[in-house]
Design a binder for this molecule. Sequence first.
Ligand code: GTR
Length: 342
Amino acid sequence: MDFNEATRGTTTMNKVLSLSNLTTLAATLCLCLAGSQAMAKDWRGWNIHPPTYPNSIALENFVSLAAQLTDGEVTGEVYHNATLGNQADAISQMQLGSIDFANFNLGPLGTTVPAANVVSLPFIFKDIDHMHRVMDGEFGDKLSAAMAEEGIISLAWYDSGARSFYNSERAINTPSDVEGLKFRVMNNELFVGMVEALGGNASPMAFSEVYQSLKTGVVDGAENNWPSYESTNHYEVAQFYSDTGHLILPECVCVSKQVWDGLSAVNQESLQIAARASADLQRRLWAQRAAASRQAVLDAGIQFNTIADKAAFQNAMAPVYAAAIEETPVLEELINDIQSVE
Ligand code: GTR
């Protein structure tokens, strides 16, 4: 059969052939459409916290806004309580594209994105408002660019308050009170150095393991903000909470570069808007929850102490800064960036 004959479809055979071609074409189109929908829909979202935590509510809000603003082209589900794995695993999964979005703490993220270690330097931010000014400005964009190089697109920054030390033994007023105590730290060698610089011992471990480790005495203490100290029940097993406020760590609303690059520019813009709105909500909920959690644990009878002069703690951090800069020289410039924001 020649080309003209086939295209004119003059024989029954040709009609059957073109019909079956059409059917195949239609089936292929259907599969492709279903495929692209499956890619764009039902994103898997990683979250470490329980559903009622401010971050969890805000991340849910991000997904529902994303669905609305993209007319249903991006929908997803948040898996709470680290059911998709601990943060280190989740970061790798995001790089591979099997986790599509997440709320990550920038502390443990420094092992993947060394430039991010700058925000893990103790006392780098003056206070929480300073952290907001820094992260919402040019510096935040610079850090996002470094994260994007590792396959993690950061769309907005959440709060996680200030982290302080707590333990089961005694109140900490000076660095010498830390001596001999063993603290759980998040998975990042920088935090091991931080505790050692104060004379203590550090044990990096996943968030989910800390309660049991405190309870059984594997560690004497840990460090965290008020909401996490409360939500994890750590306050039941480590009742001395000392207001060191040594870390003010931003967290991100992050999307895997693997899925991000496949989105239209319009949908990327919609996700950006959804993430910013989600961060506004998170920061409002955070402020309320931080006050409520603080009150709840005080009512439960924890021993809280403020620290009149934090200079001794800050001075003890000089070797931590030096070691971090030696390992990642760009940190020197990033420290200056942060310190030059009023
Ligand atoms: C919380 C933070 C979590 C996680 C946790 C921890 O404050 O929101 O992402 O980093 O601390 O101590 O592991």
